[in-house]
Design a protein around this ligand. Structure first.
Ligand code: ACO
Length: 374
């Protein structure tokens, strides 16, 4: 047995996928063969969600049908609203999202049916309902009345509406849509691999997505967009930025929103998201976060040769849109459900139980003493 340890599965290719391709050497990312930035320019998020789940872009009839189904499935059961209402107000919204998807699994009539057709139907339901659950908690913890989903609104418009009671200007909705497109899928990242690992035991899609949400919460993964905002708030003013980042690097701190396991000279999603962050900053007449953004980025590249990842521009973008910081990663969830679902179905279609080995380094051959002898 080869017992060379590859900690973090560094550089290990564990399976094949048709969902997306990350190409760090040419700084590119494609979903089902389409460049993510081209999709941002030409499509709404619903079209990309359809692409990821159905393997091709929809024509107008297919899109209409998909959107109709998504809109018709947004509503939660009375039971789930009540459960969310009873959750501790101080809960992290990621924990609420995780629990909500888990409860959806209890309520779904097809939970134990993991056929491709049933998984497609369940993926659609989880995709449609999770934003409603997250927005409901957004309102409840502020002591505000829940706003029910509205069928006349797009996916992004509806999320704003359920959180704030109104839909912002179309440029803001477009920036949000772009962030969802960029967050939708990214090959074998930790949360997707978690979903595939859970699926590999032939467990169900609700369980796999529940586990994926737990994995995404961590600050080394999706949770970084929240950490970026905490950092920017700590820096407070552009005049403080240079000193703050230099001190952080002198103390060997990890700076959130920078670095990536796969991209070593820049995350392919950043240029597009950065452009939309700048657009939102202009609309919101913000100069502070834009300046802090540029200063920290410049120092990170100059001193460490480490580039921002997509969480760096999404953090301040969501802040300027008015979302509470701890809702940034749940926004990531409502988008990544598409990628997770596609991978779960891909895993089911060509499954092999995921079961790596470990090199044992504990004590060996110890004699068991009776309780009264220990
Ligand atoms: N700030 C400071 N130093 C860093 C950073 C950073 N953000 N990222 C990497 N480094 C340094 C490490 O300290 C290490 O230095 P050393 O060799 O002197 O010890 C070196 O670069 C290599 O870093 P690793 O952590 O070993 O690289 P790995 O590929 O395992 O990590 C990771 C990638 C976890 C994303 C890392 O860059 C990190 O912690 N970044 C901050 C968290 C973050 O932004 N996560 C979001 C990822 S993107 C996403 O999930 C959407």
């Amino acid at each position: 047995m080869n017992d060379e340890v590859k900690k973090g599965l560094l550089g290990i290719v564990v399976d094949e996928t048709e969902v997306s391709k990350v190409m760090p050497e040419i700084n590119s990312l494609t979903y089902r063969g389409y460049a993510a930035q081209d999709l941002c320019a030409a499509c709404r998020f619903e079209e990309v969600a359809y692409l990821i789940l159905n393997k091709d872009l929809p024509n107008s009839i297919q899109l209409k049908k998909f959107e109709k189904e998504e809109r018709e499935n947004r509503e939660l059961t009375k039971n789930l609203y009540e459960i969310i209402n009873h959750m501790p107000k101080k809960s992290h919204p990621m924990d609420v999202a995780r629990t909500a998807v888990s409860v959806m699994g209890l309520e779904d009539k097809e939970t134990s049916n993991s056929s491709h057709e049933a998984n497609m139907r369940k993926a659609l339901r989880i995709f449609a309902k999770t934003p409603t659950a997250i927005a409901a908690f957004y309102r409840i913890r502020k002591g505000k009345k829940i706003i029910k989903p509205k069928k006349t609104l797009s996916f992004s418009e509806n999320f704003f509406y359920m959180c704030f009671g109104k839909v912002p200007e179309k440029e803001i909705v477009k920036a949000f849509d772009v962030s969802l497109i960029l967050y939708a899928e990214h090959s074998f990242n930790v949360s997707t691999f978690t979903a595939r690992t859970i699926t590999s035991s032939l467990s169900d899609i609700h369980g796999a997505i529940t586990g994926a949400i737990a994995s995404l919460k961590g600050p080394l993964h999706g949770g970084a967009n929240e950490e970026v905002m905490h950092m920017m708030k700590k820096i407070k003013k552009p005049e403080n930025a240079l000193k703050w980042i230099n001190e952080a690097l002198d103390k060997k701190h990890v700076v959130m929103g920078f670095g990536h396991r796969v991209y070593k000279s820049g995350d392919s999603r950043v240029p597009t998201m950065r452009e939309y962050f700048k657009k939102v900053a202009k609309i919101k007449k913000d100069k502070i976060f834009e300046k802090i953004y540029d200063i920290v980025e410049k120092v990170m590249i100059k001193r460490k040769n480490i580039y921002p990842n997509v969480d760096y521009p999404t953090g301040p973008t969501y802040h300027l849109m008015g979302f509470d910081t701890d809702f940034f990663t749940p926004i990531f969830v409502i988008s990544r459900i598409t990628g997770w679902s596609a991978h779960i179905m891909e895993q089911h279609a060509a499954n092999k139980l995921i079961r790596p080995l470990a090199k044992y380094k504990g004590s060996t051959h110890r004699k068991v003493l009776q309780l009264n002898q220990r």
